[in-house]
Design a binder for this molecule. Structure first.
Ligand SMILES: Cc1ncc(COP(=O)(O)O)c(C=O)c1O
Length: 411
């Protein structure tokens, strides 16, 4: 069923806000989504009703808190079609990428290994691996872009040809170009070239917007972050094959992640708990479950279709503004809803400030993708990014704001 945006909007209290007399037009969901009432209620319920710590309590409150926390694990596994034993909660996607960089790459790779990455990575899925490669003396290779902002898979095949790539980390959907990478195909290419290779994917911009089956993608691990998919800040996950987690070293040590401890050392708990040291994010997990319920009620196919239609209209609208140049694929089947553009001769910060003064929230800057900015030969872009609460009535204020920036700053 198509998304009823008017009904969806009523679920987001912040959308009642006006900014300096302007209706709030939120086009910054690639940075962080808004929070629906149901997610606020779920967190509130935990704090008001079931507040206690998880796992070892044998009284009702502690059992309820444990059920909320472990229930979120099952919910996320269902949402991403993955094994719940492979779901490790982290504080965000950045921590999930670091977990595999420390737990696997630094523990298992050496000078004979090669890592494969791309030039379109967010720093979260790049720096942990450049640092890990440097630390173990491994080489790192990067897949370049085609003219229209897709990964150049012909070059990828060349980079894989010598069979030396034993670890690959790449993004599912680019936060700047919007490009949807063919994860299943690239994963098959990596594994055909070396059947021992491990594939890690950054799904921070994909899981909120597309139906995702980690199983069908065939990857070994997949990072997500809650605050981009209607959930609170402070929770994310590494969703991995349990067999991979079994081979990984703990990243953080301490309480909860041990099986036994002596004064001299410790043995480790089963996966995934081995990677969750200390008191976890319980309210945030309750909020994540509510967010997943919200998205499942809409249906991820409907979410994708809504954004595909919106993005087509957004690209058309931007096409009417003289001097606007959009980065990334123009074909909406190849891209998600994050759309980056530059306005000739005007700094993105000026565009963003003009839009902000009219209630239109967009992001400006390098979007934590400095190597990609260098490839695009720009210092920064303006990015408009949509979600389930955006509709074509958001386009007029966006276009008018860009035109106002062009008129004002060109003087
Ligand atoms: C593609 C991508 N990966 C990773 C991240 C990092 O997410 P977090 O800051 O929640 O760790 C982001 C955030 O913008 C992103 O867009």
């Amino acid at each position: 069923m198509p998304i009823d945006v008017a009904a969806v909007r009523q679920r987001y209290p912040v959308l009642d806000r006006e900014l300096d007399g302007h209706r709030l037009v939120y086009l910054d969901s690639a940075a962080s989504s808004l929070t629906p009432e149901s997610v606020l209620a779920a967190m509130n319920h935990y704090y008001r009703w079931s507040r206690s710590n998880v796992h070892r309590g044998v009284y009702p409150l502690a059992e309820e808190a444990t059920d909320l926390y472990e229930g979120a694990r099952t919910d996320l596994a269902r949402f991403l079609d993955a094994d719940p034993r492979g779901v490790v909660f982290t504080k965000n996607a950045t921590e999930a990428c670091n977990l595999i960089a420390y737990g696997y790459v630094r523990a298992h790779l050496g000078p004979d290994d090669v890592l494969l990455s791309t030039v379109m990575e967010h720093h979260a899925n790049l720096v942990p691996f450049t640092e890990a490669a440097r630390s173990v003396g491994a080489q790192i290779r990067h897949i370049p872009l085609t003219e229209d902002g897709q990964l150049d898979l012909e070059v990828a095949a060349e980079l894989l040809a010598d069979g030396r790539v034993t670890f690959a980390a790449f993004v599912h959907v680019s936060n700047v170009l919007g490009t949807i990478n063919d994860v299943a195909r690239l994963t098959t290419m990596v594994k055909d070239a070396n059947d021992r290779a491990v594939v890690h994917v950054d799904g921070a911009q994909a899981a909120p917007h597309l139906p995702v089956s980690v199983r069908d993608l065939g990857v070994d691990s997949y990072a997500i972050t809650g605050h981009k998919l209607l959930a609170p800040t402070g929770i994310g996950a590494l969703v991995a094959r349990p067999e991979l987690l079994e081979r990984m070293e703990p990243f953080l040590t301490g309480g909860d992640m041990i099986r036994d401890v002596t004064l001299e050392g410790a043995t480790w708990n089963d996966v995934p708990h081995r990677f969750e040291a200390g008191t976890p994010m319980i309210a945030e997990a309750a909020g994540l479950s509510a967010a997943i319920t919200e998205l499942e009620a809409l249906g991820m196919d409907a979410v994708r279709e809504h954004e595909r239609t919106f993005t087509a209209a957004l690209l058309d609208a931007l096409g009417t503004v003289p001097g606007v140049r959009v980065h990334g694929p123009k074909d909406v089947d190849l891209r998600g809803s994050a759309v980056s553009f530059v306005l000739d001769g005007i700094h993105p910060h000026d565009v963003g400030a003009m839009l902000g003064s009219r209630g239109v929230c967009v992001r400006v800057g390098h979007h934590c993708t400095k190597p990609l900015m260098r490839c695009l030969e720009v210092a920064a872009t303006t990015r408009a990014s949509a979600y389930v609460y955006n509709d074509v009535d958001d386009l007029e204020p966006l276009v008018e704001g860009i035109e106002a920036a062009a008129a004002f700053f060109a003087r």
